[in-house]
Design a protein around this ligand. Structure first.
Ligand code: CO8
Length: 257
C-alpha cells in the first residue's frame, strides 16, 4: 500500500507505526490523510505479526485539527455525505493503539488522540478543542471523550474558553498516561507498544474491548460483558500455556490463539 500523507513502519517487532506526514499543514486532517490513517491502522490490525500500533505526528504537531481549508465551503449535507466524517472506523480497530503526541493536538487532532487507547506525550504537547473559535463544535468525540477523561469543569473550559491543556496538566487530569522529553516520547511509546505486543493477543483484544465498553455500559451490564470476555479467554490455547508455564516456572510461549 502506498501513501502520500502518512508513513508506516515496523520500528520494533510486533509494533506498527503510523506517522502523519503533512508538515506544511501541521498535519491538518483532510479526507485523504484520515483515509490513509484508517487504512493503515486496519492493515496493521489484520497483520498477524503486529500486536500493537503507535500513531504519531511530528515533534511540532500531532495534528492541528480537521482541515479548515477543506471544510470552509462545505455544508452540513456535504459533511454528512463525505467519508471524512466516518471516524468510527478507528474505533473498530481491535488491537490497542497508542498515540504518541508532541506539539499541537487541537480539535480533530485531540479527538484522534483520544480515540487511541493510551496517550504518551512529549513535554511540548498541547491539547485543545478550539472549534468554537471557528463557529462550530467538536464532531469526532471531543464533547464526550474529553469530558469522560478530564471531567465536566475542565472539559467545559477547554471547549468554551479555548483553554489548552499542557502535557503536565493533561497527565494530572488523566488524559495522558506519561509525559517524556521531546527527544524520547516516541521511543517510550514504541517501547510500551512492544511490551503489549509480547502479550497473548487474543486476551489483549478482549481487554481492550471490555475496557471500552466501560464507557458505554452501566456497571452491571459492564460486569456481564467482562464475564463473557473472561470465559472466551478460557477457550484460548494461550490460557492453557500461560497457566501451565506459571505452574512449571517457565516463560510462556504464546501462540496468539
Ligand atoms: N486546517 C488547515 N490548515 C491548517 C490547520 C487546520 N486545522 N492548522 C494549521 N494549518 C496550516 C496553516 O493554515 C498554515 O498554512 P499556510 O502556511 O498555507 O498558511 C500552516 O498550517 C502553519 O500554520 P500556522 O502558520 O497557523 O502556524 P502557527 O505556528 O502560527 O500556529 C496553530 C499554529 C496555533 C496550531 C494554528 O495553525 C491554528 O490555530 N490552527 C488551527 C487550529 C484549529 O482551529 N483546529 C480545529 C479545527 S476544527 C476541527 O478540528 C473539527 C474536528 C471535527 C472532526 C469531525 C470529523 C467527523
Amino acid at each position: 500500500m502506498s501513501y502520500e500523507m502518512i508513513l508506516t513502519e515496523t520500528p520494533t517487532p510486533g509494533v506498527g507505526l503510523v506517522r502523519l506526514n503533512r508538515p506544511q499543514a501541521l498535519n491538518a486532517l483532510n479526507s485523504q490523510i484520515t483515509k490513509e490513517i484508517f487504512d493503515a491502522l486496519e492493515i496493521f490490525d489484520r497483520d498477524g505479526s503486529i500486536g500493537c500500533m503507535v500513531l504519531t505526528g511530528s515533534d511540532k504537531a500531532f495534528a492541528a485539527g480537521a482541515d479548515i481549508k477543506q471544510m470552509a465551503d462545505q455544508s452540513a449535507t456535504d459533511m454528512m455525505a463525505d467519508d471524512f466524517t466516518d471516524w468510527a472506523r478507528m474505533t473498530r480497530v481491535g488491537k490497542p493503539i497508542i498515540a504518541a503526541v508532541s506539539g499541537w493536538a487541537l480539535g480533530g487532532g485531540c479527538e484522534m488522540a483520544m480515540m487511541c487507547d493510551m496517550i504518551v506525550a512529549s513535554e511540548t504537547a498541547k491539547f485543545g478543542q478550539p472549534e468554537l473559535t471557528i463557529g462550530i463544535i467538536p464532531g469526532a468525540g471531543g464533547t464526550q471523550r474529553l469530558t469522560r477523561a478530564v471531567g465536566k469543569a475542565v472539559a467545559m473550559e477547554v471547549m468554551l474558553g479555548n483553554r489548552q491543556l499542557t502535557a503536565a496538566e493533561a497527565e494530572t487530569a488523566g488524559l495522558v498516561n506519561h509525559v517524556y522529553p521531546v527527544e524520547s516520547y516516541l521511543d517510550e511509546a514504541i517501547k510500551l507498544a512492544g511490551k503489549i505486543a509480547e502479550m497473548p493477543q487474543v486476551a489483549v483484544r478482549l481487554i481492550k474491548d471490555a475496557v471500552n465498553k466501560a464507557e458505554d455500559l452501566g456497571l452491571s451490564a459492564g460486569l456481564e460483558y467482562e464475564k463473557r470476555n473472561f470465559y472466551i479467554s478460557f477457550s484460548t490455547e494461550d490460557k492453557s500455556e500461560g497457566m501451565h508455564a506459571f505452574v512449571d516456572k517457565r516463560k510462556p510461549e504464546w501462540k496468539h490463539r
